[in-house]
Structure formats: C-alpha cells, structure tokens
Design a protein around this ligand. Structure first.
Ligand SMILES: [Zn+2]
Length: 139
C-alpha cells in the first residue's frame, strides 16, 4: 500500500524521529516547506503522528544516532547540519547540535529550519535517488 501511494504522489510525514526528538518551533517551517513543494509538484504531503506510517520521518539527532551516519557537532567545526535518506527510507534528520531558527535574519548564527527542509525534501524526491544527502549549506 505504501509504495502505490508514493507512486500516486500522496506522502505522509512525521515529526518525531531522531534521538533528540522534535522541536515545537520546527513544525510550521517544515509544513511551509512541504506546502512549497506541493504547490510546485504533483505531490501531496500530509503530517501524521504515527511515525511507522510515515514516508518521511523528520527529527533532530546529535552525534552517533544509530543510522550509520553520525553528525559532527556544532558549526563551524561540524560541517554537516542535516541529512536525509532517499525513499523508501525517508529519514530526514536535523543536527540537534546546531542553532536552528524559524526565520533567520542576515548575519545570524542560526540555520533556517524551512530553508533546510525545502532543500532536503527536494534532494530526497527530486534528485539522486538512493543516495544519502548531507547538508552543509550555510546561509
Ligand atoms: Zn541521521
């Protein structure tokens, strides 16, 4: 069932994966990023609370968190700020050791939750299928 729904373009995401859980202030930026992709592709994204039924599993993790791709600590010593596994895995982790914000002004030391979500979702679904993507973009 999951696979045929993906082919039809109906995707579910959850916000509670990762060894550091989630953050309340990440909900709306992530939802906005999905709305942007939904408006520009044939995909429809909806949030579910049950991670086992989600195609995309989003959360915050730090250092070694059990998926074989440990994070490297806070920027700038740690260059990776997020990563995502292509379908059908679908895990998308923010590095919990970074400073994250919903909306970032120029000169800020924080990374923008929505910008990174926008990018990671794009990488997961629209380029390089089967590869893990490590995000090290600094705004
Ligand atoms: Zn991870």
């Amino acid at each position: 069932m999951g696979t045929s729904l993906i082919r039809l373009g109906f995707l579910r995401y959850s916000m509670d994966s990762g060894n550091s859980g989630t953050r309340g202030d990440s909900m709306e930026p992530v939802a906005k990023a999905f709305r942007t992709w939904q408006g520009n592709t044939h995909f429809t994204f909806s949030r579910v609370t049950d991670t086992t039924n989600a195609n995309i599993k989003i959360g915050f993790s730090s250092r070694d968190h059990g998926d074989g791709v440990p994070f490297d600590g806070p920027w700038p010593l740690g260059q990776v700020i997020a990563h995502a596994f292509a379908p059908i895995d679908g895990r998308f982790h923010y590095d919990a050791d970074e400073q994250w914000a919903a909306g970032v002004s120029p000169g800020s030391n924080s990374f923008d939750l929505e910008t990174v979500a926008l990018h990671e979702i794009g990488v997961m679904y629209f380029s390089d299928p089967g590869k893990i993507h490590k995000e090290n973009l600094k705004n």
